[in-house]
Design a protein around this ligand. Structure first.
Ligand code: SF4
Length: 367
């Protein structure tokens, strides 16, 4: 197939769904890791077209959702400082900290700017040599190469007014944490195609073997997702548990080696706290000591922060596949996109936002 419309062809998708119906003989719980896939599934109603034995649960692959609250509060404190230009992807502006968000910092005089790439932040730093320019570097393996590149470029240009607040997370350690939990329900995974485009899927081979779960690299169009689910079901029903690539038009086993080398040059592994979940060993990247001068967390003295999560929010359990957004008593009542209590309600990849946007589990029309 050559064109994206073919991956949205209802007849082709229905053919794969029919095949899934023919193959399934017993209940299975399958997790899609990526929030982009969650939105595609809910938007196209794929979960409602599957056999009732198949339950899809939504994983932690929403970078905005898992960025720890204390780091959001730290970002808010830095952004409010005079002389700072705080740059971020647009998704982060509505994410609630303990008391406010980046929008409200901007409304009270903070210079908060939306950028589409960290390289835009580099340009802003060059144009404003008398200001401190900070980039909020969140994300999974997909955004790490560009963020690493910005640090290398800042070093090459001798920019002393650029720094980055880093909160990178990695998918495989999160899968370890989910599969190793005594409460785990997940029996098969759809792995995120864009992460694997950078990292390959070689890391998933030992994971599938260790935990006895199929892991299928899957894309984002309806046909991609249906094919990914079919591949997981075929493995489960056949008693196999392998890492498999169902997104071969984009992903290779090895991934993008130059991008991986750039990440390795700038970042090193670290334990990372995931919002609502807790610390997952070796699940993050931080700047290497040789790039410490670009670390905004070291440059700005904002250590006295005591974050406080809404007691109503169960996003952590949703991100581990233990609950659905509609299990939350605040969903659509106290918590809406206009008044979010948790990050999963505002992020474009958040499961609560997907359910709310497409009217899932609500008595009202889709927003
Ligand atoms: S609906 Fe709101 S409060 Fe409930 S889990 Fe989702 S983000 Fe948290």
């Amino acid at each position: 197939m050559k064109y994206i419309t073919e991956y949205r062809d209802a007849k082709l998708v229905q053919g794969v769904l029919d095949e899934i119906h023919r193959k399934v003989t017993q209940p299975w719980v399958i997790m899609e890791i990526c929030g982009g896939q969650t939105h595609a599934i809910v938007r196209h109603g794929l979960d409602q077209l599957l056999p009732e034995q198949i339950e899809l649960v939504h994983g932690p692959g929403c970078p905005v959702c898992v960025t720890p609250l204390e780091l959001i509060d730290k970002a808010l404190a830095i952004a409010a400082q005079p002389g700072v230009i705080f740059t971020s992807y647009g998704d982060m502006l509505r994410v609630p900290g303990t008391k406010r968000d980046l929008f409200s910092v901007r409304a009270t005089g903070g210079d908060v700017r939306v950028v589409y790439s960290p390289l835009d932040a580099i340009k802003i730093a060059q144009e404003n040599p008398d200001r401190e320019v900070v980039f909020f570097a969140i994300g999974f393996e997909t955004t790490a190469p560009a963020n690493a590149m910005s640090v290398v470029q800042a070093q090459t240009l001798g920019l002393s007014n650029y720094s980055t607040l880093v909160s990178h997370v990695r998918v495989p350690p999160a899968m370890h944490a989910i599969l190793g939990s005594p409460h785990n329900r997940v029996q098969g995974f759809l792995a995120a195609g864009h992460v694997c485009a950078v990292m390959g899927y070689w890391e998933y081979l030992p994971l599938a073997e260790q935990y006895g779960v199929p892991i299928v690299v899957t894309g984002f169009e309806p046909l991609d997702i249906a094919r990914g689910i079919l591949a997981v079901v075929v493995q489960l029903e056949g008693g196999r548990a392998e890492a498999e690539n169902s997104y071969a038009r984009i992903v290779t086993l090895e991934g993008n080696k130059p991008a991986q080398a750039l990440i390795q040059r700038v970042f090193e592994p670290c334990d990372r706290k995931w919002r609502g979940i807790g610390v997952i060993p070796e699940s993050g990247w931080k700047l290497r000591p040789s790039f410490a001068s670009f670390d905004a967390a070291l440059r700005f003295d904002v250590e006295d922060i005591r974050p406080e999560e809404s007691p109503l929010c169960i996003a952590g359990q949703i991100l581990q596949g233990l609950k659905k957004p509609t299990d939350c008593t605040a969903f659509g009542v106290q918590c809406t996109p206009e008044n979010p209590l948790g990050a999963t309600m505002v992020s474009s990849e958040g499961a609560c936002a997907a359910y709310y946007r497409y009217g899932r589990g609500m008595d009202v029309e889709a927003a």
